[in-house]
Design a protein around this ligand. Sequence first.
Ligand code: SAT
Ligand code: MN
Length: 585
Amino acid sequence: MAHQALEKWVEQIAQITQPKTLHWCDGSEEEIESLYELMTSDGTLTKLNESKHPNSYLARSDVNDVARVEGRTFICSALKEDAGPTNNWMAPEEMHAVIDPLFEGCMDGRVMYVIPYLMGPAGSPLSKVGIEITDSPYVVANMRIMTRMGKVALDELGEDGDFVKGLHSTGDLAPDQRYISHFPDENLIMSYSSNYGGNALLGKKCFALRLASVLGKREGWLAEHMLILGITSPEGKKRHICAAFPSACGKTNLAMLVPPQEFLDAGWKVETIGDDIAWLKFGPDGKLYAINPEFGFFGVAPGTSMETNPNALLSCRANTLFTNVALCPDNTVWWEGLTEEPPVSAIDWKGNPWTPESGDKAAHPNSRFTAPAKQCPSISGDFDSPAGVPVDAIVFGGRRSTTTPLVYEAFNWQHGTYLGATMTSEKTAAAAGKVGELRHDPMAMLPFCGYHMADYWQHWLDIGEKGGDKMPRIFHVNWFRKDSEGRFVWPGFRDNMHVLKWIVDRCDGIGKAKETPIGLMPDPDSLDLEQLELEPEDVELLFSVDKEEWKEEVAEQAEYFKNFGDKLPGGIQDELDALKSRIDN
Ligand code: SAT
Ligand code: MN
């Protein structure tokens, strides 16, 4: 039996958008083959070198459609108050009045694709179904990699299951007609005039974070912008870490970390479960369990190399869709940082001839690969586990060239929530705006929390209250500290394993820590840094807490919290006051 509400909605959308034909995506091989054929013949895609990149393609976006557009992303809750000060809000009726007409007849002469997709493993109590309607075959091809698409989702949905509705149209890609709108009360996303990942692959940020965060608040769970990784010690004890970093701060690298040789030799193992989004719910034993709702990686290409992230590079060797990278004469791809030596010539991301002498970037700084998660050599056997993985530690981080030490641990859940709420980072290319500027990005959720940020912090505190002593420990890390000459002092990448090991040791009750005004910190000794050959002054800087810098930090945090007025949870205010008094003493 069909799902009547679904059929009715699809029919209604077809009435409005007036497509030439309607196609229900089943996720099959034949289907994707015919879509790739269509898109290579109309020039949307270039087929890559079959022996070097089997079944892989390159797409070039419109030059004005290369990143998420926070200024044109809206939360359309009934009350402005519910969207809060960090979101753009428009009343639902007002947004409908603007966006609905844009969809009228917008699929004229085109195919309307109906994509049933499942966020999370089949049969998991944590998983949810979405339906995306789109007129873009490029979106279909991406969604097929990024989600569990087709029959598996319809089976999960049954005859009367709930689903999130997503309506997308490429429109004419005019930036001033671009709207990424979320209607929490209707479980509906409407996205117009962008084909870019986070704007158009509606399962990702729109559903799995913005709408899911609202559902999580209602239903008592968390939808977070977090990677999930598993670490197994030489003794065979397995721990799981979820970590939140703003976009393009090395989340994918950490999720796929290859430990340094000495750790591998000793028997340490790191496995990947997710690189971007985690849904966390209480399990029957009262612990928090995490699933990765996605099925693929939408990774930033530039900077990814065999040195920085071999697992990412191996993930995107085959069956991958590249967007806005450079094309080499032998139909392979290239981006800044892939190899030390650039190719002699290439076609750049805009489709123009390029040479290293031209001075422009060959690949767009936010160019991406869309690759199946299961191709990742470090993918965990628990990737499809319906129960998810028990979470032992949560890590927050940001890109800070000053002030914030390499790693510290929160005193408790409430303090950890405070560390998340006060996260700041220097801007990167993943969002529109000026690169390098410092911005607050609480829990890395600034652009992704679908409701009032202060209510979200309260929800974190409530969840902590509920979980009691079974809650994960919370940490803060910063890989990006610079010295007075502007040089990164921490090597990062594989060597972040030293920090992860201390975190695991803390979970096991064997890691040593000392109290500082900002939290619990390791002695540099407990991280075994000898092999890294850091200068003593670098080590000193990485583990230093400068009271004068922190006084400024606290003053700035207090100023920031004023944006949230009366809604600021008492527990967060208490942590601010306590931090201030620890710093001042
Ligand atoms: O928003 S995207 O999913 O396109 C990429 C990101 O910013 O994490
Ligand atoms: Mn992200």
